[in-house]
Design a protein around this ligand. Structure first.
Ligand code: BV8
Length: 235
C-alpha cells in the first residue's frame, strides 16, 4: 500500500510546539506579515532572527510524541510489505526525524538549517542566528537566514509532491487547518487522481468536506489508532 501523509502544526502540538491558528496560537501572538515574509526580513532582520531563535530554542527543548512515533512505525511497516510512506510536512521542526522517520519532505523548510543569501550554502544550525553571524562557507555576514519558506516564497518540491500524491492509494492530512496554500490544495489533487482521502485532526479543518474519512481527537490518540488500522487492513 502506498500512503501519502501531510502533517501540520497539530502533529507537534502535544510536543509543546505551538500551532498557528488555534486560540493563543503563534499567528495570534505574532504578525506573520512582520515575521514570516522576505519583506519582513529585509525590513527588520534582527526582529525576524529573534522570532526564529526563540522557536529554535523551544524546538531543541521539545520531544517527539506518540503521533510522530506512530508515523515512523508506519514507514517501516509499509516498507516491510513492499509499500511506502511519503511523509510531507509543513512543519519546520525535526520531530518526525527524531521519532525515527527516515524520509521526511519539509515543504516549508527546516528551522535547524540556515542559508547564506550571499553564497547560497545551507548549513545545519542549532544556535541563535544574528545579522552579524558569518556564513561558515563564504565568511560573509549580514546574509544568514533561517532555511524556511516564508509567505510569498515557493514551497520545496511541489512537483515531487504532486507526483507522489498521484501515485498513492491513500492521502492522509494530519494536524493541519487547511488554510495555507498550496498545501491546502493537496487533498483536491488526491481526489482528482482517485486517491482515497482521510483527515486526522483535533477538529474539522477548513477543507474537512473534501475528505472521504474524518477522525477527530488528539494526534497522539488518533494517529496510532489509524496506523494500526492501516497495518491491520481495516482502513
Ligand atoms: C506561495 C514556515 C508562491 C515558516 C509557513 C493560493 C495558491 C498559492 C499561494 C497562496 C494562495 N492563496 C494565498 C496564498 C499565499 C500564501 C497563503 O497560503 N496564505 C494563507 C495564509 C491564505 N501561501 C504562500 O505564501 C506560500 N507560497 O504561495 O508561493 C506560489 C504560488 C502558486 C503556487 C505555488 C507557490 C508559502 C506558504 C508557507 C509559509 N510558511 N511556515 C514558519 O513556520 O515560521 S506557513 C505555516 O502555516 C506553517 O508552515 C504551518 O505548518 C502552516 C499551515 O498551518 P498548519 O500547520 O495547518 O497549522 P495551524 O495552526 O493553521 O493548524 C493546526 C491544526 O492542528 C488545527 O486544525 C488544529 O485543530 C489542529 N490541532 C491542534 N492541536 C492538535 C491538532 N490536531 C491534532 N492533535 C492536536 N493535539
Amino acid at each position: 500500500m502506498r500512503v501519502f501523509v501531510l502533517t501540520g502544526a497539530g502533529v507537534s502540538a502535544e510536543s509543546g510546539l505551538g500551532t498557528f491558528r488555534d486560540p493563543g496560537g503563534i499567528w495570534e501572538r505574532f504578525d506573520p506579515m512582520k515575521l514570516a515574509t522576505p519583506e519582513a526580513f529585509a525590513a527588520d532582520p534582527e526582529r525576524v532572527h529573534d522570532f526564529y531563535n526563540m522557536r529554535r530554542r523551544d524546538l531543541l527543548a521539545s520531544r517527539p510524541n506518540a503521533a510522530h512515533e506512530a508515523l515512523a512505525g508506519l514507514e517501516a511497516g509499509l516498507a516491510a510489505r513492499g509499500g511506502r510512506l511519503w511523509l510531507c510536512t509543513q512543519n519546520i521542526d525535526d520531530l518526525h526525524e527524531r521519532a525515527g522517520s527516515a524520509f521526511v519532505h519539509h515543504m516549508h523548510g527546516e528551522l535547524l538549517k540556515a542559508r547564506c543569501t550571499a553564497c547560497g550554502a545551507v548549513h545545519a544550525w542549532r544556535e541563535d542566528l544574528a545579522l552579524a553571524t558569518p556564513c561558515p562557507g563564504c565568511g560573509r555576514s549580514g546574509g544568514m537566514r533561517p532555511d524556511v519558506v516564508w509567505f510569498g516564497e515557493m514551497p520545496v518540491g511541489l512537483e515531487a509532491i504532486e507526483d507522489a500524491i498521484a501515485e498513492s492509494d491513500l492521502f492522509v492530512a494530519i494536524g493541519t487547518s487547511g488554510s495555507v496554500w498550496p498545501a491546502a490544495g493537496f487533498v483536491e489533487i488526491a481526489r482528482g487522481c482517485g486517491v482515497r482521502t482521510a483527515e486526522l485532526n483535533l477538529e474539522p479543518s477548513d477543507n474537512a468536506r473534501m475528505f472521504d474519512e474524518r477522525r477527530y481527537g488528539k494526534a497522539s490518540d488518533v494517529v496510532p489508532a489509524f496506523v494500526d488500522g492501516i497495518m491491520s487492513g481495516s482502513v
